[in-house]
Design a protein around this ligand. Structure first.
Ligand SMILES: [Zn+2]
Length: 244
């Protein structure tokens, strides 16, 4: 625990030392797709307002022998679903973060953003019973700017937790024909835990497989490697971030 906090604090101090000219680098931090050279695609599913559709999607992916990334809200990760989340991880699905309660973060202050991300990581760890390091963050509404208008506060907060990138998407379609027309090498497809999204995936996955696409997690698509796992649960403490 101490080690993790130490590391997080170091990260935050480093990010504060970034020169003003780092804005260009900050923009690369927001990703909409992977390499256009490889026949890989990442399916992603947001929210988990209705977890039952989430589990159906997980089982469908399992049956097709593919995987992808879930971006649940912190408030959607419930203790009674522990086994369901674990099954998803066992199936090779990656868990990202979609913030705590689906609020638009751009208008939030620094501490609210930190709290929203921290509570989500804490809840995931508490439900799983071990630390699962989240790599990818997807902001609700794809909003990546903040009150300053350049995303700096927001990006800094995301980096504070050691998340690799802010993950957006390049295809948002629940019409199968439209989705197939737009999906290409490196595409990140956005879906939600709803029936029409389930139906769309059921229609497009076999066709994408036929076309030779590999369907992988966002971390795999972007070359991040598997999510690190350790024994010590992450605990969010407001005082750790105050004044940072
Ligand atoms: Zn959402």
């Amino acid at each position: 625990m101490k080690k993790l906090i130490h590391w997080l604090l170091m990260l935050s101090m480093l990010s504060f030392l970034l020169p003003a000219g780092a804005a260009e680098e900050e923009l690369k931090f927001v990703v909409r797709n992977g390499s256009r050279e490889e026949k890989k695609i990442a399916l992603t599913v947001d929210d988990f307002f209705d977890t039952s559709w989430g589990w159906k999607i997980r089982d469908m992916w399992h049956d097709f022998g593919i995987t992808g990334t879930f971006f649940p809200l912190g408030m959607s990760i419930l203790p009674e679903d522990r086994e369901e989340w674990q099954r998803a991880i066992d199936d090779g699905i990656e868990i990202g973060s979609h913030n705590w309660g689906h609020y638009k973060m751009g208008s939030s202050d620094d501490l609210s953003i930190l709290s929203s991300l921290g509570r989500t990581q804490q809840t995931l760890d508490a439900v799983l019973g071990y630390h699962y390091q989240i790599h990818c963050f997807r902001p609700p509404f794809g909003n990546t700017t903040d009150e300053k208008g350049d995303g700096t506060v927001f990006h800094r907060a995301v980096k504070f937790f050691g998340y690799s990138h802010i993950i957006l998407w390049d295809v948002s379609q629940t019409d199968p024909e439209m989705a197939l027309r737009k999906a290409k090498n490196g595409s990140i497809l956005l879906f939600h835990t709803r029936k029409k999204d389930y139906d769309c995936m059921q229609a497009i996955i076999p066709r994408l497989l036929e076309e030779g696409f590999q369907m992988v997690t966002v971390s795999d698509l972007l070359g991040f490697g598997p999510n690190e796992i350790s024994e010590e649960l992450y605990v969010y403490r407001k005082e750790d971030y105050q004044g940072r």
